[in-house]
Design a protein around this ligand. Structure first.
Ligand SMILES: Cc1ncc(COP(=O)(O)O)c(C=O)c1O
Length: 386
């Protein structure tokens, strides 16, 4: 890579709050007339230089985003075309024939990556219940990698990363945490003992449902180098416009998340008292099965994702989703607009989510407008009095 493509960036002070780091990290260094933002680098190749310079190697736009994500998570970041491209690359850190501990309940795309590697005879997988910390610790014996998703889809399970990391490291296993739901502003897995953090920046980091991008942040720079080489060789590179937009999204993550999280907490409280709801899954709610662990591992908040079971049939649940006028019935999460979906409609989630479980990604709309929409649609679908 031609290092002249990578201009120095502003320094972040060690004492800054992560919300300040999210605003400042990765900006071009200050000098008279310097731009506030990195440019969008639309070039597939570069004039011949001592080093090979080609679009798959990197550019200043990726580097700006990687600097910001690396500074936030306390490691070296490598960005990819999507969260799944990042996960695929991270799985390559396991030697052929190695063993990976994988939660049975996690995003089905990630579980699929490991299923295929097993089918191809490349890896062994030990499925675990991430809620059972002792079981995860026991499964780490003889494993090469422990993969955790925290906060996990769709039941919002919070993994006890400090305890799991200690046990995994005692057995020489790498610890990877998919921190997509928690974001770097609510959970910094490297500071809790993990080796690699994975983000689908498609979600809260991008924040506007208008891009796909993934990142791996590594404690150890040799892992970052291995992932960078993998990206070059396999081609799962981020788009240049997407990298620019993801960094722009990161700048406002703190305010978006603060608002969406406060709304999520309020909706979780109200939904748990609603006659049309039989169970709410949100670690920030006192009484939730994850509450105690979340207080330790996610002391700054549980983010803006929650799930709940509709107290009715699958048909009534589908009716409730169809009746919503503000919250959109769509997959994905982390955007400024609230999205909801019935996870069991996916074959990959049919065995891990109840048929009436709805996953809600809370956006930044007004809480009362969201509540009115949810309450009205639940009552209509379940024939409850208004
Ligand atoms: C927890 C989690 N990890 C990873 C991914 C995959 O990310 P992407 O869609 O950017 O490939 C998703 C996507 O929904 C996700 O929810």
């Amino acid at each position: 890579m031609n290092m002249e493509q990578i201009p120095p960036s502003v320094e972040c002070e060690p004492g800054w709050d992560p919300s300040t780091v999210a605003v400042q990290a990765g900006r071009p260094a200050r000098s008279p007339g310097a731009a506030m933002n990195p440019s969008i680098h639309m070039s597939a190749t570069y004039v011949h230089d001592a080093d090979l310079s080609y679009g798959r190697h990197g550019n200043a736009g990726w580097s700006a985003l990687e600097t910001a994500l690396g500074t936030l998570d306390g490691g070296t970041a490598v960005t990819f075309a999507s969260g799944l491209a990042a996960a695929t690359a991270i799985a390559e850190l396991v030697p052929t024939g190695g063993t990976v501990v994988v939660p049975s309940v996690a995003y089905f795309g990630v579980r699929n990556i490991f299923r295929r590697l097993v089918e191809h005879g490349l890896l062994h997988v030990r499925p675990v219940d991430a809620d059972d910390t002792d079981a995860v610790a026991a499964a780490a014996a003889g494993a090469d990698m422990v993969w955790m998703e925290s906060i996990a889809n769709p039941g919002m399970v919070v993994a006890d990363i400090p305890v799991i990391a200690e046990a995994a490291h005692a057995h020489g296993a790498l610890v990877v945490v998919d921190a997509t739901f928690a974001t770097p502003l609510r959970q910094r897995p490297i500071s809790l003992g993990a080796d690699v953090v994975m983000h689908s920046a498609t979600k809260f980091i991008g924040g506007h449902s208008d891009l796909l991008l993934g990142a791996a942040v590594c404690r150890d720079s040799t892992h970052a180098l291995a992932l960078t080489n993998y990206r070059y060789e396999h081609g799962g590179i981020p788009g240049n416009l997407e990298a620019f937009l993801a960094l722009r999204g990161l700048r406002t993550l703190a305010v978006r998340l603060d608002r969406a999280e406060a709304t999520a907490m309020e909706l979780a409280r109200r939904l748990s008292a609603h006659p049309g709801v039989s169970r709410v899954y949100y670690g920030g709610l006192p009484g939730d099965s994850q509450y105690e662990r979340a207080q330790r591992v996610l002391p700054d908040g549980c983010g803006a994702m929650l799930s709940f079971d509709v107290a009715g049939t699958v048909e009534q649940t589908n009716q409730f989703l169809a009746d919503l006028r503000l919250v959109t019935h769509a997959t994905s999460l982390g955007g400024v607009e609230s999205l909801i979906e019935r996870r069991a409609r996916y074959a990959g989630d049919a065995t891990i989510a109840s048929e009436t479980l709805c996953r809600l990604s809370v956006g930044i709309e007004h809480v009362e407008d969201l509540w009115a929409d949810l309450d009205r649609s639940l009552r209509a679908a379940l024939a409850l009095p208004a």
